[in-house]
Design a protein around this ligand. Structure first.
Ligand code: KG4
Ligand code: ZN
Length: 342
C-alpha cells in the first residue's frame, strides 16, 4: 500500500501554508505564503491584517500544494489543520477551509496543535526518531521546554513568564531601526559585532524547589532599550545611524538570548536524564543558537537535532506530518471542531 497522503493547512499567525506529506515524513510539497511585507511597517503582526490576508491566500496555497505534489483531493487520506494556539481570526480561516474540504470530499478532519507540530518538525527528517527527548520550542509566539515521549506524547515542562524569544528579537530590531521580522535582521547585524561588548542581563527567574525556572526576556529587551535611549528611555529611538555601537548591541543581545536558551535546556536534559535535545520554531534558524546548542550538547554527551531552516519557521508540512500520526491513532475531529487561541 502506498503511504497515506495528508494535506496540511497552517494559518495560525502570519504565514498561509499548505503542504502534502506522504507517510508523515516525505514532503511532496510545502507552500508558505508569508505576509511579512504586510506587517513590516507595524514592527509586528497585526491580527486584523493577518486574518484578511489568510482569506485571500488560503485557497491558492492549497491549490499550489496539490499541484506541486501532483495529487488530487481524491488521493488524500485526510486533511490536517492547525486549530490551536494562535490568532483566533487567522486560525478560523484555515479551519474553515479544512472543514469545507473534509465535508465536500468525505475526508477525515484532523486538528493539530501548532506547538506540538513544531516539536514534530524536529524529528521529521529522521528515519527513526529517538524518544524520549527534550524539545525546546522557540518562536515568535512561544518559548518553552517540552518532554516528548513519542510524536503524540508531548508534555509542556516550562514556558516564558513574559515575551517569547522571537518576540524579543522583533522588539530589539525595532529599537535598533532594523526591519521586521527581527530575528534575521538582528542576527545579520550581530555577525559584525562583538558578543562580549555589552553585559546585558541573563534572566534568573526563581522557581519553587524542584520546579524548572521559567524563561523571561522582557528584562533583556528593556536593558537594550535603556542602553540605546538612556536610562530614562523617554527620548524617541535615535535614527539608526546615530546608534554608534549598533552591531555590538545586536551581537551582545543575541548572545544573551542564546545563553538564556542553551543553559537551561542542557541543565534540564541532564536533570531529567533525557539524552536527546530537539530545537524547533523560527528562532531555531539562528546560526549562533545552532552552533552554541550543538557545542553544549556535545560537551554534555547529548544528541542534538535542529530541523532545516524551512521547517523551523511556520510551515504546513509539520502539520500534515503530525496529522498523519493523529490519524493513525484515530484522533479525528468532527465538523464541530473549534479553534482556540491557547
Ligand atoms: O515559528 P515562527 O515562524 O512563527 C511563530 O510560531 O511564532 O517564528 C517566527 C519568529 C520571529 O519572531 C522571528 O524574528 C524569529 O522567529 N526568527 C529568528 C530567526 N529567524 C526567524 N530569530 C532569531 N534568529 C533568526 N535567524
Ligand atoms: Zn510557529
Amino acid at each position: 500500500m502506498p503511504p497515506e497522503l495528508v494535506l496540511g493547512i497552517e494559518s495560525s499567525c502570519d504565514e498561509t501554508a499548505a503542504a502534502v506529506v506522504a507517510g508523515g515524513r516525505e514532503v511532496l510539497s510545502s507552500i508558505v505564503d508569508s505576509q511579512v511585507a504586510e506587517h513590516a511597517a507595524f514592527g509586528g503582526v497585526v491580527p486584523e491584517i493577518a486574518g484578511r490576508s489568510h482569506l485571500r491566500a488560503i485557497l491558492p496555497a492549497i491549490d499550489r500544494a496539490l499541484a506541486e505534489a501532483g495529487v488530487g483531493l481524491e488521493d488524500l487520506a485526510a486533511v490536517a489543520v492547525t486549530s490551536k494556539p494562535g490568532l483566533i481570526g487567522s486560525l478560523l480561516v484555515g479551519l474553515s477551509a479544512a472543514k469545507a474540504l473534509a465535508f465536500a470530499r468525505g475526508l477525515p478532519l484532523v486538528c493539530v496543535d501548532h506547538v506540538e507540530a513544531h516539536v514534530y518538525a524536529a524529528t521529521m527528517d529522521q528515519a527513526t526518531p529517538r524518544y524520549p527527548a527534550l524539545a525546546l520550542v522557540v518562536s515568535g509566539g512561544h518559548t518553552g521546554l517540552y518532554r516528548a515521549d513519542s510524536a503524540l506524547e508531548i508534555r509542556p515542562l516550562v514556558g516564558t513568564i513574559d515575551d517569547a524569544a522571537g518576540e524579543a528579537f522583533d522588539k530589539v530590531a525595532w529599537i535598533l531601526g532594523l526591519e521586521y521580522p527581527g530575528g534575521p535582521s538582528v542576527s545579520r547585524l550581530a555577525a559584525a559585532g562583538d558578543p562580549r561588548a555589552i553585559a546585558f542581563p541573563r534572566s534568573r527567574v526563581k522557581a519553587a524547589d524542584g520546579d524548572l525556572p521559567p524563561f523571561s526576556f522582557s528584562g533583556l529587551k528593556t536593558a537594550v532599550l535603556y542602553h540605546v535611549r538612556g536610562q530614562d528611555a523617554l527620548a524617541p529611538t535615535p535614527p539608526p545611524a546615530e546608534i554608534a555601537d549598533r552591531a555590538d548591541v545586536a551581537a551582545s543581545f543575541q548572545e544573551a538570548v542564546v545563553d538564556a536558551l542553551v543553559v537551561p535546556t542542557i541543565a534540564t536534559a541532564r536533570k531529567l536524564e533525557l539524552d536527546q535535545v530537539l530545537v524547533a520554531g523560527g528562532v531555531a534558524c539562528n546560526r549562533r543558537l545552532r552552533e552554541r546548542m550543538q557545542a553544549a550538547a556535545a560537551e554534555a554527551g547529548l544528541a542534538c537535532h535542529f530541523p532545516a531552516p524551512a521547517y523551523c519557521t511556520d510551515n504546513a508540512a509539520m502539520i500534515a506530518g503530525q496529522g498523519f500520526h493523529l490519524l493513525a491513532a484515530g484522533r479525528v475531529s468532527d465538523l464541530h471542531a473549534d479553534a482556540s487561541p491557547r
